[in-house]
Structures are given as structure tokens and as C-alpha cells.
Design a protein around this ligand. Structure first.
Ligand SMILES: [Zn+2]
Length: 669
């Protein structure tokens, strides 16, 4: 397969009524513009969200009035210039087909095939189980694959419950209770998996295939790579990318960061968020060892916006100069965060990614089935309940000297006997029960710490909604006061006073309504003897879901509490920020045989109105220092290999950084 180095993703969703469609479309000119912009790979539309095809089709619906073969022309012209082309096919949205064949459309629980906001995309979706649609889709994929394409990008793959006749008949025949929403959704997930397998069989080996929207881990054998779709200023938020990058790169070897050029979001013809903003995103990609891709939407009659491709050309020219070092390099990490998510990560991981990034910890996120031996510290975040295979893995990991930090319900295992249980009151739901626990009624479960190293009494769920904590040892720069948890987890009590790192403080009241007053003001009352954070030898636990709380409120003390525990468990991390490196900077390592790359990124967005904006780059003054574990013989600034001041001290190579505008990469060897 053609390697991907610098990509562009084109949208081309065209409403009926563009009378001059394709008029300004000159494949030769577009391919040359892409080549001049150093682009070597494009996702290019075969069929759009409206269900229109942009090539002469016998199966699908050609765009009305379109005379030329946009797909064929672009494949030919791009290949002439050594640019790979993956065909874009919107699988989940095909309004033209769903309109003409309502029996191919997803039907909601109320029996509707049109629902929700009709001025956006997803008011009418396809049913992948409808026999007619299944055959149609296979024929369409065959037609597209008859072109000399390098791959297929399937978009809008979403599983959602479907109550159409075909689905209902099939579910009833299989004994599925159609009043059980989870069972209906699970059936749909199976249907989508089958659809994806149908498509994969047609696409065949030797071509790229990516199912956009499907969970990365669940679809690891179908996808050939991952394109992390994330317009950080356009709806995803700036905290989405980092944890998903840390997870995706452990699932596939080739992972792209697909950001977009838009000011608002997809489909924004009149918005361009500035060159610095695109650079900011793609620098995040470099920090994580990922490849760059920029999303665009071609005007249906006018072709590319030249100025944007001039900017992209300058960005990609710089990236190209990094490639002798970056190609084949992977993230270098010593902290492993475990998840049971099939792909997409929740707010706990978004908060965790932000917090660990601010702390400059080198972390990967791995599925609970993956290996954890290479990590010197493992984190079980807020909701990471431990099943038996994971418990055995953690047991062996601890026996080899590994360290574990857990929080909230992380580190607990379901247990139906024993003293340490969480008893849930009737009607109460247990937060954070997910993954393979989802099918079990959480009210019937009781929990215990998964490993005996947690030397504490677990007395149940924390039923407060307003509890606080005191640090045992106040972090530098903090003040002595009870700190709000903002989210509650469990009540625990350390067996040894010397293990306590933070003390639990109850509030006078819960936030509640008593018939006369809404109890909004709930000050801290007193300590109860419970422990908010503890460290017992090689394990540490924080009683509340601190990472999700950090995503919600971003309180510095939550980060300082995590840092205290990590400093104890993991005193010699791969990286140590020394003076002059602010919390807003990101510092990471990637590497391959013989070389290590240090990435320092200092740009970050400012909230402006409803948007987070990067208009120009931040500048970090000369003289900031960072320590990288190990002894190196040479440190220089890339891509020109300009020497940088450094010294070796106590097991670390200490690098004095030059002035950094936005981002820089350093070579250590
Ligand atoms: Zn259906």
C-alpha cells in the first residue's frame, strides 16, 4: 500500500440545485495544487451524504446534470503526481436512496424514518439490515472499487437502534426482547459489523479501509488504520484529541489526526480558522507520533481556495523536513492507562488526558486485553472496574514491581461475598459501571478492591454529593482548606494512618430539596475518619473520580493530588519539566531505533466568545529546561540539527531550550 505522510480529507456534500456543478472543477489543476502543497494522500468523494455519486454510476444516483467523472479524473491526475486517493463513501447517510426507498431507512422507536432537526444531516439514516440496501451498498462499493483507488473511507458509520420491519422480524426470530433498548442496540451493532465485513470483502487486501465512527478497538480487524476525526474548535473540543491519540496508536500502526480548516465545523464554506490554528492541531499530532490530515470542503462549482493550500503547503513543507526523523517513530511512554472502551473515550479520559499532559507524563492508553509490562506505572481511572483477566494481569504486574494508581471506582472488582462491599440503596445507580459490566444490574453488585495491596476498609459508595478533602501534606503553592471533590466515588478508610495522603471531609448537607429549601449552600462540616487518598506501598487510590472531576472543573488541586501520588510511586519519570515550562505547554517523546525526539509545544487556544481560538503562536522564552531520562551524546534542534545546550546530571539529560514559537522538535541521540 502507498504510505500516507501528508493528507487532505475532502468533503463534497452537494444539495440538489447547484446548476453549475463541476464547472470550475479542473482535476489537473486540483491535483497540481495538491502536489504543490506537498500533499501525498487525499480522501476524495465517490458518493456524498446526499447519496449522490460523482462518477458515472449504474447503481447509485449521479448528481443531476453532472457530466464528468470527478472521481476518475482525480484518481488519474493524482496518481500521475504520486498522490494516493482513497474514495469517500457516505454509508450511513444517503438521503437520495432513503427518500426513494423509505424501507431502506432507519426507523426510530416511534416508527418514524424522519426525526429530529431536519436542517442538519442525521434526520434520516440508513438501515444496514434492509435487504435491498445491503445489496445496493455492495454493488455501489464494487463500482467504486473498479477504479484504481488506494482505499475506501466509509463515513457516518453509526449504530443506532432500528425498529424497521426487517430489523424487527430478525430480532423477534432470534428471541431478542425489542423492549430492551440495550439488546436492540447490540443487534444493530452486529448488523453494522456484518456490513463492514461485506465491504471489506469487496475492497480486498492491499487497500486502505477505514470505518469512520466505528469504535477503534472493536473494528481493529476491519480498519487498516485510524483517522481520528476531530475539529477541536468545531465541536469536539481541545481535550478530545490527546487521549484518543494515546489510545488509537496502540490499536493501529498508521494513525492520522484529521482536523479541519473550518472556522465553525464541517460544511463551513466561508470559514478558515487560520494557519496557526491548523498548525496547532497538527503539532499535537506530531507530539503524539501521528500523521497529519486536514479536512476541507470543495466548493461544488469553484474548486480549491488557493490561499488555504498555500498555507497548507508551507505547513507540509516543514513536516516533510521532519520526516527523516519522524517516520516510523512511535510514542515513548512509561505510564499506561487502562480502558475497557471499545473505541471512544468518555469525559474521565478527556480530563485524564488534559491532566497528564499538563504534568508532562508520557502516557499511553491501552485496552485491558493489551500488554502492560512495559509501563512503570499503571493508572486505573475513575470507572475502570477490574474483571478477572485484568485482575490476574495486575497481580502479575505488581509481583514484578509494577505500580498502580487508581481513582473512584477504578481498581475495584465485582465481588459477591466478603466484608468490603459497596451496598447501593434501592433505586440508586452505580456510576461508572461500563464495558462488560453493562448487562448486569448494578444494584445487585457489590464491590471490593481488586487486589489485597489496597490495605483499606471499603465501606460503600459515597452518598454525599458535596464532599471535600484535606491534603495531609500541603502541595507547594496551595492553601490549607477543604477542597471540593465535585464528584463522588467511594468511602474508604486506610488501615494505617501513615498511608493517608488526603482526608475526607463531609458537608453539613447534601445538595437537595427538603420541601421548603433548596440546599445549594453546603459548606464542609468535619472530618469523618474516612480517607480521601491513600498510598499503600506500590498502590495508591483516590476515593473519587478525580479525572472526570478535573474535566468538569479543572481545579488545580486535583492535579496536585494526582501529582503527589505519582511522584511517590513513579519518582523517575521519562520526562521532568524543570524551570520555565508552564502547565499550558506539552512536552512528549517519540522515537525509533537509535533516536529519540523531544517535542515541545507552547501554543494553546484562548476562549473567545463561544469558540476556542488560536490566532497566532505563543512564544516560550529562551532558557526553559527539561530533563529527559538517560544519557545522550548529542542534542539538537530539528530540522536543521542546530546544536542545543545540554548537560548530564543524575541519570537525566538536561536540555536548555531556545526560544520556541509555537512548537519545536529536538533530536536526542
Ligand atoms: Zn432496520
Amino acid at each position: 500500500m502507498r504510505t500516507i505522510k501528508r493528507a487532505i480529507h475532502f468533503d463534497f456534500h452537494t444539495m440538489p440545485g447547484i446548476y453549475d456543478i463541476g464547472q470550475g472543477f479542473d482535476a489537473e489543476k486540483i491535483a497540481q495544487q495538491l502536489s504543490d502543497a506537498q500533499v501525498d494522500y487525499v480522501n476524495f468523494f465517490a458518493a456524498c451524504n446526499l447519496g449522490f455519486c460523482y462518477f458515472p454510476t449504474k447503481t447509485g444516483a449521479a448528481y443531476p446534470g453532472l457530466k464528468s467523472d470527478l472521481l476518475g479524473d482525480i484518481v488519474r491526475e493524482c496518481h500521475k503526481r504520486s498522490i494516493g486517493v482513497t474514495a469517500y463513501l457516505s454509508v450511513g447517510l444517503m438521503h437520495e436512496q432513503a427518500r426513494k426507498h423509505p424501507e431502506w431507512a432507519n426507523m426510530n422507536k416511534d416508527g418514524q424514518v424522519i426525526y429530529g432537526d431536519r436542517t442538519v444531516n442525521f434526520f434520516r439514516n440508513m438501515c444496514y439490515n434492509a435487504p435491498g440496501f445491503r445489496a445496493f451498498l455492495a454493488d455501489l462499493v464494487r463500482e467504486i472499487c473498479a477504479y484504481d483507488i488506494d482505499g475506501l473511507f466509509c463515513d457516518n458509520m453509526v449504530y443506532r437502534p432500528c425498529y424497521c420491519n426487517a430489523c424487527t422480524e430478525d430480532m423477534l426470530a432470534r428471541g431478542i426482547d425489542i423492549s430492551d433498548d440495550a439488546a436492540v442496540l447490540a443487534f444493530n451493532r452486529e448488523v453494522l459489523m456484518r456490513t463492514a465485513q461485506d465491504i471489506k470483502a469487496i475492497v480486498g487486501p492491499g487497500r486502505y479501509l477505514y470505518m469512520n465512527g466505528m469504535p477503534y478497538h472493536l473494528f481493529r480487524d476491519i480498519d487498516t488504520h485510524i483517522e481520528i476525526e476531530c475539529l477541536p474548535s468545531g465541536g469536539w473540543g481541545y481535550d478530545f484529541f490527546w487521549p484518543h491519540a494515546a489510545y488509537a496508536r496502540n490499536i493501529q500502526d498508521t494513525v492520522l489526526y484529521m482536523t479541519g480548516r473550518f472556522q465553525a465545523s464541517w460544511g463551513d464554506f466561508g470559514g478558515y480558522k487560520t494557519k496557526a490554528s491548523i498548525e496547532n492541531d497538527l503539532y499535537d499530532g506530531l507530539c503524539n507520533g501521528l500523521l497529519p490530515s486536514v479536512g476541507d470542503h470543495i466548493h461544488p462549482a469553484a474548486g480549491l481556495v488557493g490561499g488555504i493550500y498555500k498555507d497548507i503547503g508551507e505547513i507540509y513543507a516543514r513536516f516533510r523536513r521532519y520526516e527523516p526523523y519522524t517516520l516510523g517513530a512511535r510514542a515513548v511512554t512509561d505510564v499506561g492507562v487502562i480502558t475497557n472502551s471499545p473505541g471512544y473515550l468518555g469525559n474521565d479520559f478527556l480530563g485524564l488526558g488534559r491532566m497528564l499532559g499538563e504534568l508532562k507524563l508520557c502516557f499511553d492508553i491501552v485496552h485491558q486485553d493489551m500488554d502492560i509490562d512495559r509501563f512503570s506505572l499503571v493508572i486505573l481511572p475513575d470507572n475502570m472496574i477490574v474483571n478477572e483477566p485484568l485482575r490476574a494481569k495486575l497481580r502479575a504486574y505488581l509481583d514484578r514491581g509494577g505500580k498502580i494508581l487508581s481513582a473512584g471506582f477504578g481498581g475495584l472488582a465485582v465481588q459477591n461475598s466478603g466484608d468490603a462491599r459497596i451496598h447501593l440503596a434501592a433505586g440508586e445507580t452505580m456510576p461508572g459501571v461500563n464495558g462488560d459490566m453493562a448487562a448486569t444490574d448494578p444494584k445487585t453488585l457489590s464491590f471490593a478492591f481488586a487486589l489485597p495491596e489496597y490495605d483499606a476498609v471499603l465501606s460503600g459508595a459515597d452518598l454525599s454529593n458535596s464532599s471535600y478533602y484535606y491534603f495531609t501534606r500541603l502541595p507547594e503553592g496551595s492553601v490549607e482548606m477543604p477542597w471540593a471533590m465535585y464528584k463522588q466515588g467511594i468511602l474508604m478508610t486506610a488501615n494505617r494512618p501513615e498511608d493517608v495522603r488526603a482526608r475526607y471531609v463531609k458537608a453539613y448537607f447534601n445538595v437537595h430539596w427538603d420541601g421548603m429549601h433548596g440546599y445549594y449552600y453546603t459548606p464542609p462540616e468535619k472530618e469523618t475518619g474516612h480517607t480521601a487518598a491513600l498510598r499503600c506501598g506500590n498502590v495508591a487510590h483516590i476515593c473519587f473520580p478525580i479525572f472526570e472531576a478535573y474535566y468538569d472543573k479543572a481545579m488545580r488541586e486535583h492535579k496536585l493530588l494526582v501529582k503527589q501520588l505519582i511522584d511517590e510511586l513513579h519518582p523517575e519519570p521519562l520526562l521532568k519539566p524543570l524551570e520555565g515550562i508552564p502547565s499550558t505547554a506539552r512536552v512528549t517523546l517519540t522515537g525509533r531505533e537509535g533516536i529519540t525526539l523531544l517535542h515541545v509545544k507552547v501554543s494553546y487556544p484562548e476562549p473567545r466568545g463561544r469558540f476556542d481560538i488560536v490566532e497566532e503562536h505563543n512564544i516560550q522564552k529562551v532558557g526553559a529546561r527539561v530533563a529527559v531520562r538517560g544519557r545522550y551524546n548529542r542534542v539538537c534542534l530539528l530540522p536543521d540539527e542546530k546544536p542545543v545546550e545540554w548537560q548530564y546530571e543524575n541519570g537525566y539529560t538536561i536540555i536548555t531550550l531556545p526560544e520556541i514559537v509555537g512548537y519545536d522538535m529536538f533530536l536526542l541521540e
